[in-house]
Structures are given as structure tokens and as C-alpha cells.
Design a protein around this ligand. Sequence first.
Ligand code: AQP
Length: 332
Amino acid sequence: MQRIFSGIQPSGIPTLGNYLGAIRNWVALQQDHECLFCVVDLHAITTWQDPATLRAATRELAASIIACGIDPRAHVLFHQSAVHAHVRLSWIFNCVARLGWLNRMTQFKDKAGKDREQVSSGLYVYPNLMAADIHAYHATRVPVGDDQRQHLELANDIGQKFNHDFGVEFFPVIEPLILGPAARVMSLRDGSKKMSKSDPSDQSRINLTDDADTIAAKIRRARTDPEPLPHEPQGLEGRPEARNLVGIMAALLDQDAAAVLREHGGKGFSAFKESLAALVVEKLEPIAAETRRLLADPGTLDSILRDGAARAAAIADPIVAEAERLVGFLKV
Ligand code: AQP
């Protein structure tokens, strides 16, 4: 069975984008893969996180992931900082990866923007930590969105350079697992920006914990254009906000945009938004309720995370210890 590593940052409450683009796919992968699901708090602090909020967000994200259908007994759910193998291997990878490789990472350029001199050095070496997350488990598959493809190629370059430098065949080649039509959910306020849990505007996203009224209000206020919906997907060209709302409905119904437009083409946005809000509420309400139930019992949640960390460490520790031996660290 192939081993899969998947991570998500506790940098806010998970959004409908995280659900449709990532967590929902993870649920399906559980059937025929050995899965590690990681709340990547080490990655989250590459940008500023308030400490108390980070602690709460780590629990909330773990609860949401379980509420979405991840089984933490059959698979491994844990938070990254609890398994030290990640940091140990990432330091080695900081010394394997070349500056030139990191300089090419478009996500760093996007996230740093004009503030390049002021962002943390952690943000710059983020892809090395991501490579360590995967290689620490000898995982061979990583479900990723298109935006993460470049980081995965870098993880392979690092693994292969390590193998070459130390004359071993130690780290396997990782394959990206691109699942279904790339569901990329965009901001409700700006159809050219992706929906993000760390977006300063709460109105830009639907949080997995939003209640029915909040969801309906956010969808009602979502930016659109004055034209009615087209009858064919080609009519969505140049209309990013319309495309986004149609895409959300299509993803939630496991349909394509053409099927949605066959039913809703010609309608104005107010009618369409009402149908969409009802659908989003129907799909997210059980997740929010289960998340609340899990969060009401933090003791049980913490014990799930503790157990997950112990099982993750049992896999990663021997692999990273062997990498350290290959590098030449003295073991006494
Ligand atoms: N808008 C989105 N549409 C589809 N997929 C998305 N993902 C994130 N946003 C969307 C997918 O969610 C997974 C986990 O992402 P992450 O938390 O590790 O970091 P991210 O991609 O940077 O997600 P956010 O929500 O935008 O976080 P912040 O605001 O902290 O940067 C990934 O598989 C990602 O593709």
C-alpha cells in the first residue's frame, strides 16, 4: 500500500476552499492508502501567529479534519511540532537544497510580495521543511493542488541530491497525486484571488464552522456581475466571480459546470445565490456540528493527537536516524 503524507496549516479556521481542494480528497484516499494527516504548525509560524490563537487553531483544525470524515484510528492524525523528526530532517535539507532552487519558488515570491526583506527566513526555507515532512516517512504520494507542484519537484530534487551526495538510494521518488478536476475556490470578494483562511476579510471566505445564517449572508454579499448566468461554461469567460460560484456548486454536487448551468443558466444571481447557500449549508452544517462536539471534549481530542504523534514518530524516527547516520553524525 502506498504511503501518503498530507498537511494543512493551522493559520486560521479551515475554509470551503481547504475542504473542496484538499480535505475532501483526503477522505477518499483513506480507502486504499496508508495516510498521515498532519496539522503543520511549524509551517504556520513562517508568518506571525498569536500563540494562544495558534494553540486553539491547531485543535480546531484537527477537530474539523475528523469532522470531515478522516478516521484517526485507521490512519495517523497529528500535529507537526509534536514529532521532532520533521525539524531534524529539515535542517539536513537546508544544507542539501541550493539557494538557486529556493530562489525559483513562485509561492515565496507571491507570499513575500514587495516585503521580501521583512519576511521570515522560515518562509524562504518552507519548501525544505515540506520536503522533510514527506521524506521523513518515505511517503511516495502527496495529494497536492497545482500551486504545490513546484514544491513537490523541489522535494524530489532534494531527495535525489541527498542520495547522490551520500551514494545511497535512500529517499524514494515522490509522485504528486492530482485528484479530480482541480477544485480551486476563489475569494468571495475578488474572483482573481484564492479563498484563504488567513485573508484579513472574513467576508472573503466560508469557514467550515460558519453557521447557516452567516453562510447565507456571505453568499448573498458575494461579489458578482450584473448579467444573468450563461447557459454554457464558455459564457463564464472573463467572469471570475460567476465562474467561482458555479464552480463551488459543481464541486459540492460532484458535477461539472455545464450540468450546473443546464439547470441554472438564465437565472439572475439572487436566485442562484439562494440555491447555492442552501446547498453549502446542507453540506457544511453536519461538519460544523461534529467539530463543535469534538471541541467540547478537548481531553479526547488531545489524546487522539498524542496517539497520532507517537505513531508518526514510530515511523519517522528510524528513517531520520538513518539519514543522520548517513550524513555522518556521531551516535554515542
Ligand atoms: N482556495 C482554495 N481552493 C482549493 N484548495 C485550496 N487549498 C487552500 N486554499 C484552497 C488547499 O488546502 C490545502 C492546505 O493548505 P494550507 O493550509 O497548507 O495552505 P494554503 O494552500 O496556503 O491554504 P490557505 O487556506 O490559503 O492558508 P493560508 O491563508 O495560511 O495561506 C492545500 O492542499 C491547498 O492546495
